[in-house]
Design a protein around this ligand. Structure first.
Ligand code: 6CM
Length: 246
């Protein structure tokens, strides 16, 4: 190539290489991409999805699935929330400083690793549900903007400092995706007053060890709608009176 004396090499673009060189990155990238693509795919016409909760704009579906007698029902929820943006939703879901304020099944949360500003590893213990043993989980969490979608993906991982099934807890395995899209009237600027965010929340939990199917399904049926209603109204409350972050 021909260079004149005045030309200088440009520095590389500002990428966060703490994330891209991390050994978990290929998995984080692949699973997040898959989850976000699947999140808004319909459940309506598909065989096996049953609507189990409906309230206002919220609809929750599950597919009954058992592997070796353990309940692994995939769950999918759709919701519409006014007055908050997709970005705000994901900010409050990802950021650990708010988690105890909306997550009611949580007993403890520890930050295991801060991979980058948009990826972390968490260890969490959950409240015990009688008559099953207490559960814990170790998962990475990643927030990203992907075209018109903001999303947080959580997926179980391992860490030598947090071995599974050594204490009182049984390790559960989770894949969760909260995907959000904002909309506002064509030709208008987005404001707190005219913005609506569509949410797709998908969750699959493998309980990791014996838990009575009936109890587990009853807990999910009660706790997932409670979580989504509580979390969305928490974000609305947090955002009230603040400028819209789009
Ligand atoms: O997605 C949710 N929360 C995130 C932040 O905490 C994260 C959590 C994933 C763990 C989901 C596990 C739920 C199981 C809780 C019940 C305890 C199980 C006991 C089993 C023995 C009978 O993605 C919101 C999760 C809302 C769950 C209702």
């Amino acid at each position: 190539s021909v260079h004149t004396r005045d030309e200088v090499e440009l520095p590389p673009p500002a990428i966060d290489n703490r994330l891209t060189v991390h050994p978990l990155w290929p998995e984080i990238d692949r699973i997040s991409t898959e989850q976000i693509q699947a999140a808004f795919e319909g459940v309506g016409g598909e065989i096996g999805w049953q609507l189990f909760a409906e309230e206002g704009d919220m609809r929750m579906y599950r597919r009954e699935m058992e592997v070796d007698g353990m309940v692994m029902d995939p769950l999918k929820a759709m919701h519409k929330v006014r007055g908050v943006s997709a970005r705000e939703m994901c900010h409050y879901f990802f950021n650990p400083r708010y988690r105890y304020e909306w997550e009611t099944t949580l007993e403890t949360m520890t930050i295991v690793e801060e991979i980058s500003s948009d990826a972390m590893v968490f260890h969490q213990t959950f409240k015990r549900i009688w008559p099953a043993s207490q559960r814990d989980a170790l998962f990475w969490s990643h927030v990203r903007a992907d075209r018109d979608t903001y999303a947080v993906t959580n997926h179980s991982t391992t860490n030598v400092d947090y071995p599974a099934n050594t204490g009182a807890c049984i390790r559960l395995f989770v894949t969760v995706c909260l995907a959000c899209r904002s909309s506002y009237p064509a030709g208008e600027r987005p404001t707190r007053e005219n913005v609506t965010t569509s949410i797709a929340y998908c969750s699959t939990v493998n309980p990791g060890g014996w838990a009575p199917a009936g109890v587990l399904r009853a807990v999910y049926k009660r706790e997932y709608p409670k979580f989504l209603k509580r979390f969305t109204s928490y974000v609305q409350e947090q955002c009230r009176g603040k400028p819209l972050a789009i």
